[in-house]
Write a protein that binds this ligand. Structure first.
Ligand code: ZN
Length: 428
C-alpha cells in the first residue's frame, strides 16, 4: 500500500470512529470529537464561555443531550435517538410531555422525495424542539397522541474548538480551517476533519517554510469566535484553506478566495489544471463554509475552499444518507494529495534574478540540458530553462512563470534549481 493509499485508509478509519458522536456547535459530542483528534495530532482544545461577545455575535448556551424518543400509545419507541442522532433537531430544548398527533407533526421533519432518509436539522438561535425521521415512518404514525421526550440541557458552558500550530521558518501563516459541528454526517464534516488530520501529520513530518495553523471549529459561530480572539494572528495569514466535503466520489471543486487571485487560488488552479483529472474552479460567493467569515470584508483573508461535490449539490447532503458509504478512502487520499500539491507549490514559489540577462546564456556549455530529466520530460525541462531565465527579473515568481509558460510548476522549479546551481540565477 502506498503512503497516500494508507493515509486515505486511516482517514476513513477516523471518519468511522467519529461517526457515532452527536456533535453540535457546543457540548460533549464536540469535545469528544476534539479529544479523538488530539489523540492523533497535538491540538489544544480551547473553550469560549457562554455569553462571550465575539464580533457581532454572542456565544450561546451549551447544549448536551442524553436521550430522546417519541413513544406511541403502547409505549413503543417509534423514534429513538439511540438509533440515529439525526432524529433530534440539533439544539432542541428539553421537553417531556404528551402531544397530539397534529402537534407532533408540526415538530417533525421528513424528506418526502427521499422517504428512507432522515434529514439533518438544527435550531441554534431559537429555543424550540423537534424530531426528524424518514417519511416512510411518518406515514405509520396513526395514533392520536404521542409521548415525546428530549432529555437535553441548554446551560451556561462554553463553545469548544481545537487549534494546532506547526511552526515553520517563516512567521507568515497558512491557516487551515475545518468545521466540526455536524452530528453523524460523513462527507459534510467528518471527511474534512479526517483529511485535515492527515494533512497536519504530513506537514509535521519535515521542516516547512510557512507556519501552519489548523483550526477545528464549529461552523460560523466557531470561526467567528476564533477570528474575534485572533485578530493579531489574522495579520500573519499569507494563505488559507477551508476543507469540507472532501470525501465523496465526485471530482474536486476549488472555490476561490474573495480576492480571486490570491497565491492559494493560483496554486490550486495550477495543480488541478496539471493533474489530468476532471475538476471545477468556482468564484467566491459569501455562502457556504467558513470562507464567508475569513473572507468577510473586514478581514478579506486569502482563504480558498477545497471540496469535492459542494454543499447542497448532492442529494445525500444534510441527510442520513451522507453516511459511511458515501465517503471513499481513495477520494480522501486524492483530496489530500491535491492539497499537498498546492502547498508544495506555495512552499517552493520564489522570485529569482537572471544573473546573465543580456542575450541567452549558453546552456549546453554548462551541461544544463544533460542535467535535466528523462527523455519524455526533456522538452518541458529545456523550455523551462528558457522561461525561467527570461522571466526571472526579480518581479515574476516561479508560479507566475509556470502560469505563463503553461509548464508544470515542478519543471519550472527544477529549472530554477539547476540554473541556480550553475550561478546563472540567484534568489531575489
Ligand atoms: Zn453542513
Amino acid at each position: 500500500m502506498s503512503g497516500l493509499e494508507d493515509a486515505g485508509q486511516q482517514a476513513y478509519e477516523l471518519v468511522r470512529e467519529l461517526y457515532p458522536f452527536c456533535r453540535s456547535i457546543s457540548g460533549e459530542g464536540l469535545r469528544e470529537t476534539l479529544r479523538r483528534i488530539r489523540a492523533r495530532i497535538p491540538i489544544e482544545i480551547c473553550e469560549v464561555p457562554t455569553g462571550s461577545k465575539v464580533l457581532d455575535w454572542t456565544i450561546p448556551k451549551e447544549w448536551n443531550i442524553r436521550d430522546a424518543w417519541v413513544e406511541d400509545r403502547s409505549g413503543r419507541r417509534v423514534i429513538d435517538f439511540r438509533n440515529s442522532n439525526l432524529h433530534v433537531v440539533g439544539y432542541s430544548a428539553p421537553i417531556r410531555r404528551t402531544v397530539s398527533r397534529a402537534e407532533l407533526l408540526d415538530h417533525l421533519h421528513t424528506l418526502p422525495d427521499h422517504p428512507d432518509w432522515i434529514p439533518y436539522r438544527n435550531s441554534f438561535w431559537d429555543e424550540s424542539w423537534g424530531f426528524c425521521t424518514t417519511h416512510r415512518q411518518l406515514e405509520t404514525l396513526v395514533d392520536d397522541a404521542y409521548e415525546v421526550c428530549i432529555d437535553a440541557t441548554l446551560q451556561d458552558g462554553s463553545l469548544s474548538y481545537g487549534e494546532l500550530l506547526i511552526p515553520g521558518e517563516d512567521a507568515g501563516e497558512f491557516l487551515i480551517s475545518i468545521h466540526v459541528c455536524h452530528p453523524s454526517l460523513c462527507n459534510d464534516n467528518l471527511s474534512g476533519i479526517a483529511v485535515g488530520v492527515a494533512l497536519a501529520q504530513e506537514l509535521a513530518r519535515e521542516s516547512r517554510r510557512f507556519t501552519y495553523r489548523f483550526v477545528f471549529t464549529p461552523a460560523t459561530i466557531g470561526a467567528i469566535a476564533w477570528l474575534a480572539g485572533n485578530e493579531p494572528v489574522t495579520r500573519r495569514v499569507r494563505h488559507g484553506l477551508v476543507l469540507a466535503c472532501v470525501g465523496d466520489r465526485g471530482h474536486v471543486t476549488y472555490k476561490r478566495s474573495r480576492r480571486g487571485d490570491a497565491p492559494v487560488d493560483r496554486a490550486f488552479a495550477h495543480v488541478l489544471e496539471h493533474a489530468g483529472a476532471p475538476f471545477a474552479i468556482e468564484e467566491f460567493s459569501p455562502y457556504g463554509y467558513d470562507q464567508r467569515q475569513y473572507c468577510s470584508p473586514g478581514f478579506d483573508l486569502p482563504v480558498g475552499c477545497l471540496m469535492r461535490t459542494p454543499n447542497g449539490r448532492y442529494p445525500e447532503y444534510h441527510t442520513s444518507a451522507d453516511d459511511l458509504d458515501l465517503v471513499d478512502p481513495a477520494a480522501m487520499a486524492d483530496s489530500l494529495a491535491k492539497t499537498l500539491g498546492a502547498i508544495s507549490v506555495l512552499e517552493r514559489d520564489r522570485r529569482y534574478r537572471n544573473l546573465s540577462p543580456k542575450g541567452e546564456p549558453q546552456l549546453r556549455r554548462r551541461g544544463l540540458f544533460e542535467a535535466l530529466g528523462g527523455i519524455e520530460r526533456r522538452r518541458d525541462a529545456e523550455l523551462a530553462l528558457l522561461w525561467v531565465l527570461n522571466y526571472s527579473d526579480g518581479r515574476h515568481s516561479l508560479l507566475d512563470i509556470a502560469e505563463r509558460s503553461r509548464l508544470p510548476f515542478g519543471a519550472v522549479h527544477a529549472a530554477a534549481r539547476a540554473l541556480e546551481s550553475t550561478g546563472l540565477l540567484a534568489e531575489e
